[in-house]
Design a protein around this ligand. Sequence first.
Ligand SMILES: [Zn+2]
Length: 164
Amino acid sequence: MDLNPLGGGGRPPRIRDTPSGTLYVPVVAYARFGSDDSDVYVFLATSGHLECCACLLGDKWDFHTTDEMLGHLDEHRAAGHCVPQGCIDALVEDKAENDQWIARYDPAEERRKHDEANRRRKEIWKIAEQELGYVHPGPEKFDAPEYFAAWEQASQIYEERASS
Ligand SMILES: [Zn+2]
């Protein structure tokens, strides 16, 4: 199993606020695109849900019980998508633990925080691009130092304005 793709962490929630990020950071990835021919990217997210990231089937991507996610993955298979068996098996294996963890979160509240984080992120990138003249290097340069530098600088401007 592909544990903690972003490093560190473990099972407890780990909220990160990265240039491309939102509150929803994988804790455990169960399947990733292209790995074992997977057409799905499934993970347990820090903010208490199972996520079908960039889902090919539609707009619904957060699931709040393991069974709900398994039902969703059945739909993927019915649509001819590859869902690796290892993904299903691991979800079933972790079901009790994951469902218990997810139950501690309120979906509406998490969605509100997610929307707020997204709004903030967009504002910060607007400052970086329009005021600092930063040009986004593209997702493949996600870890470029200037990417984080621009983010830091723009965040500071954003926070100063927000608190004044
Ligand atoms: Zn999906």
